[in-house]
Design a protein around this ligand. Structure first.
Ligand SMILES: Nc1ncnc2c1ncn2[C@@H]1O[C@H](COP(=O)(O)OP(=O)(O)OP(=O)(O)O)[C@@H](O)[C@H]1O
Length: 467
């Protein structure tokens, strides 16, 4: 910062001396020989403009960095973290920012990368594996269409995503290396996680055993805890955002593109609306049932048939969104623990707890969760699993995690789990990854069309539906 400031001072001093009126001879005329030509004057003016712009941009960057540091310091002061932790977090922040600035100085652009296989498609753009031309390093490039972000008022959210990723250097969070933009797109260069995402894993496996689920739910708890420590709320945690590294360990991605608001604008979404819907929820206790009742297997097939379409739609899936977010009641970090409960349910049952063929019906079921949360008997969940899910999918006041992640970690379902060693043990599934460019754990996307073409029949994680 000091060097930028001193450059700026030098520039101003130079400007002043350039702007100083030259003393004229008594006749008031300049001696003709050393007067600059108009072309030279123009070049000087252009250079001056360029330098001014350059340093203004630099000052802005320095200012932004200062603001990010101030805001992190403020968040840390409000959070319950030790002095040592504050010191470490700030140290990591500076390290990451320095690395970020270094890449920024290189003026990265999309031209610096070879764009390879497309591995994801979202509401605002696409995600691709790419290779930096000079270093050969492999990254994931997320490309977001600026006009679309502006149209949907998501600029702040994307900025939050960039800030969070730059700020939080944690093994549970996807690393961001740099970001840049051109006239049409904003680009985020992230580490490439070749293990695929949890959505794809779940589509392939149908359900997980409780031991397998404990591993992924446990790592998700640690990831959510990490972002909450930095006072960020994700709001949109879903299996698509849980990525797996080459060892099968989980990392959280995609901060801030909060589509849920699209649903919260739905006019008749309120808690009183308990009218049973046409598409049934699954009832395990034999009480009030809506029709037609589907078996667990039928419900699973419907879910899997719709899942990818929902994931790639511009609205996304509302299945994991907390009721208070949908109701726009004002929400806090607890909403992420609700999403964890919905994901855990899906891992063990095969589909999320409030699934319906119609997203709006899902929203209604979520806000009326008391009537709709059921555990199908066929799923044979243990009492501890049901208890944990019920304590996550409930009112904010009673929700586990409201007083911190320790509440969740201490639940009997996790008993015996060594939290400190979770990222060191062998993952529940070891993904097949042959080399650093391997994309076999992702769906295949067709390049040609603008609309998303994804073949559910491709990729090793394809689930075979038993007739
Ligand atoms: N760093 C990464 N490494 C590997 N795969 C990734 C990475 N980032 C994203 N993906 C893949 O791309 C998909 C879409 O990414 P992401 O969710 O970040 O996009 P998005 O535009 O924000 O979509 P949405 O808003 O719908 O969640 C992910 O589900 C994942 O399969």
């Amino acid at each position: 910062m000091d060097s930028a400031r001193s450059w700026f001072t030098k520039l101003q001093t130079r400007e002043k001396s350039i702007g100083k009126k030259k003393e004229l001879p008594p006749n008031g005329k300049e001696s003709g020989d050393d007067a600059p030509s108009s072309a030279t004057k123009q070049r000087v003016a252009a250079a001056k403009q360029y330098i001014e712009k350059h340093y203004k941009e630099q000052m802005k960057q320095v200012q932004d960095r200062k603001e990010r540091r101030c805001s992190l310091e403020k968040k840390l002061a409000d959070a319950d973290v030790s002095e040592e932790e504050v010191h470490n977090i700030l140290k990591q922040f500076e390290k990451k920012e320095t690395e970020y600035m270094r890449l920024q100085r290189h003026k990265m652009s999309v031209e610096d990368f070879d764009l390879l296989t497309m591995i994801g498609k979202g509401a605002f753009g696409e995600v691709r594996v790419c290779r930096e031309k000079t270093t050969g390093n492999v990254y994931a490039m997320k490309k977001l269409k600026k006009s679309e972000m502006l149209r949907r008022g998501q600029v702040e959210h994307v900025r939050a995503e960039r800030n969070l990723l730059a700020e939080v250097d944690h093994h549970c969070i996807v690393k961001l290396y740099c970001s840049f933009q051109d006239s049409e797109y904003l680009y985020l260069i992230m580490e490439y996680l070749p293990g695929g995402d949890m959505m794809t894993l779940l589509m392939r496996k149908d359900t997980l055993t409780e031991d397998e689920a404990r591993f992924y739910v446990g790592e998700t708890v640690l990831a959510i805890e990490a972002i909450h420590r930095h006072n960020y709320i994700h709001r949109d945690i879903k299996p698509d955002n849980l990525l797996l590294d080459k060892y099968g360990h989980l990392r959280l991605s995609d901060f801030g593109l909060c589509k849920p608001l699209d649903y919260s604008n739905f006019p008749d979404l309120n808690e009183k609306d308990v009218t049973p819907t046409k598409s049934s929820s699954v009832h395990g206790d034999g009480k009030q049932q809506s029709m037609p009742k589907r078996s667990q297997q039928e419900q699973l097939e419907h879910w899997q048939k719709n899942r990818r379409t929902l994931a790639y739609s511009t609205v996304g899936t509302p299945d994991y969104i907390a009721p208070e977010v949908l109701l726009k009641k004002g929400y806090g970090m607890e909403c992420d623990w609700w999403s964890l409960g919905a994901i855990m349910y899906e891992m063990l049952v095969g589909y999320p707890p409030f699934y319906s063929d119609e997203p709006m019906t899902t929203c209604r079921k979520i806000v009326n969760w008391r009537t709709h949360l059921k555990f199908p008997e066929e799923a044979r969940l243990t009492a501890d699993a049901k208890d944990l899910i019920s304590k996550l999918l409930c009112n904010v006041d009673q929700r586990l995690g409201t007083k911190g992640a320790e509440e969740i970690k201490g639940h009997p379902w996790f008993s015996g789990l060594e939290w400190d060693k979770l990222y060191e043990i062998e993952a529940a599934y070891l993904p097949q990854v042959t080399d650093e460019l391997d994309t076999q754990n992702f769906e295949k996307f067709e390049e040609s069309s603008d609309s998303v073409q994804c073949s559910a029949k491709t990729g090793p994680w394809r689930k075979v539906i038993i007739p």
